[in-house]
Unconditional design. Structure first.
Length: 56
């Protein structure tokens, strides 16, 4: 999966799967907060940042 994500231009650390039951609301909140912090720390994905147009 890692190679496929990299091939598509996505950093593997930006995707996360977790099994959380609907009865585990505190776990859901903790996982979302962890993932959000991790993605914010990565910053924008450089392959998807629009570059300024060069004007001649």
């Amino acid at each position: 999966m890692k190679n496929l994500l990299e091939h598509m231009g996505m950093e593997p650390d930006r995707l996360h799967f977790s099994w959380i039951s609907s009865a585990e609301s505190t776990k859901f909140v903790a996982v979302v907060n962890q993932i959000t912090a991790k993605v914010k720390a990565l910053g924008p994905n450089q392959r998807f940042v629009k570059k300024a147009a060069k004007v001649a």
